[in-house]
Ligand binder design. Structure first.
Ligand code: TMP
Length: 208
């Protein structure tokens, strides 16, 4: 693959969008080819699945359906957007990816992480992010920020203990894969967060 896959992860309200904007400006300032995308979503069909996952009001979404829908959306996304971009030397900046399924459906919902990893291998083959930026903050910090929004979606309507498990899940992933996953303290002021992210991007793009 000529391009690199960079994923941004973290519980709700940690500032993913703001920092993705920062990463886009970084890429532009360095003249590095990139595209920004998100999960669930990023293709026509994956966005339809996103709508079911986040806004199904008329029908309950069983937890197993939720898990498999996240994987289905990812399959559309990998096949139709991510792989073609990487092959063409376009770097992909993705707002959430596979680690979210481990953290939310594994640690959050309680699905067996070994089984999730088996499905992940099936869906992703060997595709793995080159860099994952984990924006870390206590769950209550992020949840306070999302409460300010007008309406919370289905995934934003869990108890605080759910997001605490998700945060811990992310930290476990980072601990087990420190080469790929960098933890950025999202409670710090915006300039410190940006400086930290910039350092990791400089490192990634200076690699041969
Ligand atoms: P967001 O990307 O706008 O924050 O919304 C996506 C929501 O979906 C968020 O609550 C995290 C959740 N999610 C999962 O539970 N599992 C996944 O695999 C992914 C990609 C997202």
């Amino acid at each position: 693959m000529k391009g690199k896959l960079i994923t941004i992860e973290g519980v709700e309200g940690v500032g993913k969008s703001t920092n993705i904007n920062f990463i886009s400006s970084y890429m532009e300032s360095k003249n590095i080819k990139y595209l920004c995308t998100r999960e669930p979503g990023g293709t026509v069909n994956a966005e339809k699945i996103r709508d079911i996952l986040l806004h199904s009001e008329e029908e309950k979404v069983p937890e197993i359906a939720e898990l498999l829908l996240f994987f289905s959306a990812r399959s559309f996304h990998i096949e139709n957007v991510i792989i073609p971009a990487l092959i063409n030397g376009i770097n992909v900046i993705c707002d959430r990816f596979a680690d979210a399924t481990i953290a939310y459906q594994g640690n959050g919902r309680g699905f067996d992480i070994k089984r999730i990893n088996q499905i992940a291998k099936w869906v992703q083959n060997d595709l793995k992010p080159n860099l994952t930026i984990l924006l870390d903050a206590p769950a209550e910090v992020g949840m306070k920020r999302t409460k300010i929004r007008e309406k919370n979606d289905r995934m934003e309507s869990e108890k605080i203990s759910f997001y605490e498990r998700v945060r811990q899940g992310y930290l476990n992933i980072a601990q087990n894969d420190p080469e790929r996953v960098v933890i950025v303290d999202a409670t710090k002021d915006i300039l410190s967060v940006e400086k930290n992210i910039e350092k990791h991007l400089n490192h990634l793009f200076s690699e041969k």
